[in-house]
Design a binder for this molecule. Structure first.
Ligand code: HSE
Length: 331
C-alpha cells in the first residue's frame, strides 16, 4: 500500500465582489487528511472493515473520520467520495485501464463544518492532492480543482471553484470561467492580512445559495463587475486602498446578512477602524476583514470579539496572512 498525509488550507470564497469567481487562502487554518491507496481488495478489507465505504465502477473509497468533528456517517455523503471517484474514473478513462482501485481517506483534522471558510473544500482538496501524489502526479493542480469541485456539487448543488481553487493552488485565485475551468493565480501582496470570525450559527451552503435571486438588475451587475475589476487591479497594482474599496457585493450580501446578527453595525465599526474591506466569507456565517498590517488585523479581532460577546454568540476568530501556499504534503 502507499500512504501520504496532506494539509489543505481554509479559504474565503467570493471576497465580497467575486461571487463564485474569486477566493483567497488562509494561512495555517485547514484540514489534514491521510490517504491510503491499497494494492488489492484483501489489504483494503483488512484495514477498513468497519468503515463506511462507497463503490463506483472505478474504485471503492472508504472514509475514516478521526477529526473529532461530526461528519456524515455514510461515505456517499462525504465530500471526498465524489471527488475521488471522478478523479479515478478520469485516470482510468484517459489510460484505458480497467482495474479497480481501493482507497481510504482518513480525516485527521477538520475546520468546523458550516463555517463559511471552505470547510467542505479543504477535505476534498486535500484528498485529491494526496491521491495525485500516490498515482505519480498524472494531473496538474488545475485539473485537481475540477475533481474537488465534485465535493462542492454534493454539498451545495453547484460545482464552484472559489474555495477548492485557492485550497489547492494557494494565494488568491480568480476563475475567469467554467466549462472549461479557467483558473488565474493573482499576485498576493506581502502585507496582506485577513481576520475572520466564525459565529456559531448554522447556515447551510445550499440554503444560502437557494435564497439568492436567479437574476440581477443591470445597475447591480455594473456595480459588481466594476468592483471585481477594481479588486483584481488592486492586487496587480499593489494598491491596497483600491482593493479594499472594491470589497462590495450586490449579489449575495444583501440577502445573506440577515443570518448574521448586527452585521451592518459590525461592518461599519470595522471599516471605521480602518480595516480595508469587510464582507461575508463564502456563504457565511463567517465575516472577514482585510488589512495591510498585523496591528490592523488584530484591531479587527478585538472588534469582532466584542461584537459577538454582546450578541452572546460563541465564535472563533482567525487572524492570518493571506496564504501563498495551497495543499501540501505534511511529513
Ligand atoms: N461562492 C459560494 C457561495 C461559496 O457564495 O455560495 C460557498 O461555497
Amino acid at each position: 500500500m502507499k500512504r501520504v498525509k496532506v494539509f489543505a488550507p481554509g479559504t474565503v470564497a467570493n471576497i465580497g465582489c467575486g461571487f463564485d469567481v474569486m477566493g483567497l487562502t488562509l494561512d495555517g487554518v485547514g484540514d489534514m487528511v491521510e490517504l491510503t491507496l491499497y494494492n488489492d481488495k484483501k489489504e483494503f478489507d483488512n484495514e477498513t472493515r468497519m468503515l463506511p465505504a462507497a463503490t463506483c465502477r472505478a474504485c471503492t473509497s472508504a472514509v475514516k473520520n478521526s477529526s473529532g468533528t461530526v461528519l456524515p456517517q455514510s461515505a456517499e455523503k462525504n465530500v471526498v467520495t465524489p471527488a475521488i471517484e471522478k478523479m479515478v474514473e478520469t485516470y482510468m478513462e484517459e489510460r484505458g485501464i480497467k482495474e479497480h482501485f481501493y482507497i481510504m481517506t482518513e480525516i485527521l483534522t477538520k475546520i468546523r463544518p458550516g463555517s463559511g471558510i471552505g470547510s467542505s473544500a479543504a477535505s476534498s482538496a486535500a484528498a485529491v492532492y494526496a491521491l495525485n501524489i500516490l498515482l505519480g502526479k498524472p494531473f496538474t493542480d488545475e485539473k485537481l480543482v475540477d475533481f474537488a469541485m465534485e465535493g462542492e456539487k454534493l454539498i451545495s448543488g453547484t460545482a464552484h471553484a472559489d474555495n477548492v481553487g485557492p485550497a489547492i493552488l494557494g494565494g488568491v485565485v480568480f476563475i475567469r470561467g467554467y466549462n472549461p475551468t479557467d483558473l488565474i493565480r493573482l499576485p498576493v501582496p506581502e502585507d496582506f492580512y485577513c481576520t475572520v470570525v466564525h459565529p456559531h450559527i448554522m447556515v447551510s451552503t445550499k440554503e444560502a445559495r437557494d435564497m439568492l435571486p436567479e437574476s440581477v438588475s443591470r445597475k447591480d451587475a455594473i456595480r459588481q463587475w466594476g468592483n471585481v475589476g477594481g479588486f483584481v487591479a488592486g492586487l496587480l497594482m499593489d494598491d491596497m486602498k483600491l482593493l479594499g474599496r472594491s470589497v462590495e457585493d450586490a449579489i449575495a450580501e444583501p440577502y445573506r446578512k440577515k443570518f448574521i446578527p448586527g452585521y451592518d453595525a459590525l461592518k461599519a465599526e470595522l471599516l471605521g477602524a480602518g480595516l480595508l474591506g469587510v464582507n461575508i466569507a463564502g456563504s457565511g456565517p463567517s465575516v472577514f476583514a482585510l488589512s495591510d498590517s498585523r496591528s490592523l488585523a488584530d484591531r479587527g479581532k478585538e472588534i469582532m470579539e466584542r461584537h459577538f460577546a454582546l450578541e452572546k454568540i460563541e465564535n472563533e476568530i482567525y487572524v492570518t496572512k493571506v496564504g501563498k501556499t495551497g495543499a501540501r504534503v505534511v511529513e
